[in-house]
Design a protein around this ligand. Structure first.
Ligand SMILES: *[C@@H]1O[C@H](CO)[C@@H](O)[C@H](O)[C@H]1NC(C)=O
Length: 437
């Protein structure tokens, strides 16, 4: 019975494996087909949205794997020789509701007038090649880190697309400590069989933050020339760029003002594709508590303690206080009065909190450890000072017991003394009486 079910299981596993092997490891992707509405409507930017299905494969003559017709009207077969779209972050796990993000749009190839791109179309290469159906597609992986953008071409009215250009980032969201070198990952692949690939490429990195943008770096790969306007220190690995399409941006030292969105754009003649990456420079605060050490406190006295958090970014910080007494249990003392923030020359922030320590009201006993706690995305930091309360007045249990004991002894003593006096007094009186008689 058990062997039977084991064999059955093995068969099942083998069957699943062979199905997977058949389909390669390239995904079938559900994708939103988004198109600007044609017809009336004039200037209004109305768009239409339809579902579509993309079958990805790595070689063009894989007709035998043609899948069954789907419910969707829009089914496309995309040949991606570089297998960029076969990344596991785009493959949905069985039974999972989570899908990779995908959007596909019609694309219009056109020459660019940008100084570092214009030379690519100098020779007016093969415009006949451009007469085809072009799509631009963006993908976002399930890991939240993979971002791909492709330009694909299909002979007019065919559904058999081929990737002409793909741009990929494996780190769509990057965190860096202040002062560390940062690499923003971006790579591209251009179909060598496309006539457009021969005329070279250009790379552009732009920075975008709250609507404002600036050029970080632009490189004309045809003339091997960097544009003049460029952010200090920003560079590319030029060998890797020409050899392997590694267009990663290198920032030698992360600064607070580097936080924001970066767009990596790669141009071929007439074609363009781009991916966006988010960089966040995160630095936890340094804490100091003063006065340190705290002066000795007498009961009833109020001490003021100040905690200064500095050098942190981004701005959001939660400052609070804790007290740990002789019993070892930590107890919150609230957030104190928190000041507004200040920004230093390097863009980092500082903020402080003042705490009034009322030795009677707060029930601090003989003292203990007062701790300032700063909670920040970069990590939680703590700083402590020791509080000593002297001439401690309110009695402890041992003290009370001792006092009761002393009272009892005193009481006994008084009783004894008074009894001795009383008895000797009456004896003397009796003897006096006898003498008188
Ligand atoms: C691309 O270049 C950067 C910077 O030199 C490097 O850190 C990264 O590993 C390279 N990526 C690949 C895929 O080679």
């Amino acid at each position: 019975m058990t062997t039977c079910s084991a064999i059955y299981k093995l068969c099942l596993v083998a069957a699943i494996c062979s199905i997977k092997a058949c389909s390669g490891s390239c995904p079938v992707l559900e994708c939103w087909f988004v198109q600007e509405k044609t017809g009336r409507g004039g200037l209004s930017a109305a768009t239409s949205q339809e579902t579509s299905v993309l079958h990805i494969r790595t070689d063009g003559n894989a007709a035998e794997t043609r899948p069954a017709p789907s419910a969707s009207d829009r089914v496309y077969f995309i040949t991606d020789p570089a297998a960029t779209l076969c990344h596991r972050a785009l493959i949905r796990s069985r039974g999972s509701l989570e899908k990779p993000e995908c959007e596909i749009n019609p694309f219009l190839p056109q020459p660019s007038t940008l100084k570092w791109v214009a030379p690519l179309t100098d020779s007016a290469s093969s415009p006949i090649y451009l007469q085809a159906d072009w799509f631009s597609t963006t993908f976002r992986g399930l890991d939240g880190q993979l971002a791909i953008s492709t330009v694909t071409r299909a002979p007019t009215a065919s559904k058999e697309h081929r990737v002409a250009l793909s741009v990929t980032s494996r780190t769509a969201s990057v965190q860096s400590r202040l002062g560390e070198p940062v690499v923003l990952d971006c790579g591209f692949w251009a179909d060598p069989s496309s006539p457009l690939a021969g005329s070279g490429f250009a790379v552009e990195w732009r920075y975008q933050f709250r609507g404002a943008g600036r050029l970080v770096l632009a490189y004309d790969g045809k003339a091997d020339r960097l544009a003049d306007a460029r952010e200090e220190g920003a560079t590319l690995d030029f060998e890797g760029l020409h050899g392997k399409g590694n267009a990663s941006l290198i920032l030698p030292e992360a600064k607070v003002h580097h936080s924001g969105m970066y767009i990596c754009t790669v141009y071929l003649a007439y074609l363009v594709a781009q991916v966006a990456l988010e960089l966040e420079v995160v630095e936890p605060p340094s804490l100091s508590v003063h006065p340190s050490p705290l002066p000795l406190a007498v009961p009833g006295q109020t001490l003021t303690v100040q905690c200064e958090a500095s050098g942190f970014a981004p701005l959001t910080l939660d400052l609070s206080w804790e007290f740990k007494g002789a019993d070892g249990a930590a107890r919150p003392l609230g957030s104190g009065s928190v000041t507004g923030h200040r920004q230093a020359w390097d863009g980092t922030y500082s903020q402080s909190s003042r705490l009034e320590l009322d030795t009677t009201k707060l029930d601090l006993g003989r003292g203990g450890e007062v701790t300032c706690v700063a909670v920040h995305v970069g990590g939680t930091r703590r700083a402590s000072v020791t509080l000593n309360v002297i001439g401690f007045s309110s009695p402890s249990i041992e003290d009370s017991m001792a006092m009761v004991g002393v009272a009892l002894v005193l009481y006994g003593l008084i009783k004894f003394v008074s009894w001795t006096f009383a008895s000797s007094g009456s004896d003397e009186a009796g003897q006096q009486d006898k003498k008188d008689k």
